[in-house]
Design a protein around this ligand. Structure first.
Ligand SMILES: NC(=O)c1ccc[n+]([C@@H]2O[C@H](COP(=O)([O-])OP(=O)(O)OC[C@H]3O[C@@H](n4cnc5c(N)ncnc54)[C@H](O)[C@@H]3O)[C@@H](O)[C@H]2O)c1
Length: 343
């Protein structure tokens, strides 16, 4: 089985490429396709010997890169994107270009190369403009609250159009906000950032009231959802959109901060600051993926906080010097940005 993972050096991708060899009995070849704009080549260190890996430094905005990389592939998992919903207000054109036009290129190339399965990484953030106090499902109308979600949703529409018009075998997965350890961990996601702050003894900052809702998923569960979708029968998964997460794992930002406080040994201070315009509140229903694909998450937010705290503590205790390095070098984490940003 020959797989191409776009964005394979990122947060989800760097864990996915390590888990894929154990998710299938077939012998697999994995091509990691990434332009390294935020992912790093060292995400490819110490890969399992059970699969054959190849790295293709390429850009989803370049059709010729995709055409070359997709030769003789069976399955494409399209993760490459510019992430960070809040950042997208400052760079709407770039987000639209990479996340929508890049996806259009991937979709067209999959069709040209006769790919058997395409998995498109979308986001529950597409529901963020609803501000309704009810559970939202795949049939709910979509009002993207920021340029990031807008571009991801347009990418979905492109996938579904190609499925309808040309039978492109695509499945769109709307992931909840991820948390948990991965080689390419992102620090601009609420649970990762709050836990990191708590472990290094800094206060957790929440914008405004912290009463916004959002669903969360452990990155290991996200990876399992992707392999579940690949394995699912065509008539169940192709041409479909699935929310990926667990209905029980919708939390308010305040609740997440409180869970971090309760599960990290340090005495954690939580402060609220005023910041307008960053409210994306959505409460999502995940019954479809449970019923149609039999997918259940295995981790809870509390599991993730404890796991992250252990990992951060080891880094911090092994070498205090690591922390300044970690904060300055981490791809998304900036000290002055003590804020929760979702994907
Ligand atoms: N992490 C989450 O909470 C979350 C939630 C919902 C949806 N998603 C979606 O899942 C996917 C993966 O998310 P992530 O958290 O791993 O993101 P990430 O930012 O960690 O990784 C994205 C990867 O794409 C690469 N990339 C960016 N532009 C590219 C381009 N033009 N060509 C080739 N590669 C490019 C980057 O170098 C990086 O390695 C994204 O599509 C994102 O929208 C993520």
């Amino acid at each position: 089985m020959n797989l191409l993972i776009t964005g394979g050096c990122g947060y989800i991708g760097s864990l996915l490429i390590r888990k894929l060899p154990f998710a299938f009995t077939d012998k697999i070849n994995i091509t990691v396709f990434d332009n390294l704009s935020s992912g790093r080549e060292y995400m490819l260190a110490n890969l399992p010997s059970k699969a054959k890996y190849r790295f293709f430094r390429g850009d989803v905005l370049k059709k010729q890169d995709l055409l070359k990389a997709m030769e003789n592939k069976d399955i494409v998992i399209h993760l490459a994107a510019i992430t960070g919903a809040c950042d997208s207000f400052n760079m709407p054109d770039l987000f639209m270009k990479v996340n929508y036009e890049g996806t259009k290129n991937v979709v067209e190339t999959c069709l040209e190369q006769g790919i058997n399965r395409l998995i498109y990484a979308s986001t529950c953030n597409v529901y963020g403009g609803k501000r309704e106090n009810k559970l939202l499902n795949e049939k709910s109308s979509i009002t993207p609250p920021n340029p990031y979600a807008d571009a991801k949703y347009k990418g979905e529409l492109e996938c579904l159009k190609y499925h309808k018009d040309y039978k492109l075998p695509v499945t769109c997965l709307r992931f909840a906000t991820n948390y948990g350890w991965s080689p390419g961990i992102r620090f601009n996601l609420a649970i990762n950032l709050f836990t990191f702050k708590a472990v290094i003894g800094e206060k957790i900052t929440i914008f405004d009231t912290g009463e916004d809702w959002r669903p969360y998923i452990h990155v290991q569960d996200t990876v399992r959802a992707i392999t579940t979708a690949i394995r699912a029968p065509e008539d169940v998964a192709i041409g479909e959109v699935f929310n990926v997460g667990s209905t029980e794992e919708n939390y308010k930002v305040n609740q997440v901060a409180q869970l971090v406080k309760e599960n990290v040994e340090n005495d954690v201070e939580i402060v609220h600051i005023k910041k307008d315009g960053l409210h994306f509140s959505y409460n999502v229903d995940f019954s479809k993926i449970k019923q149609k694909l039999g997918f259940h998450t295995r981790f809870s937010v509390v599991d993730g906080i404890r796991e992250l705290a252990e990992n951060f503590k080891v880094l911090f205790n092994n070498s205090k010097m690591l922390v300044p390095n970690l904060t300055s070098e981490s791809r998304h984490y900036k000290k002055e940005q003590n804020q929760h940003i979702i994907s």
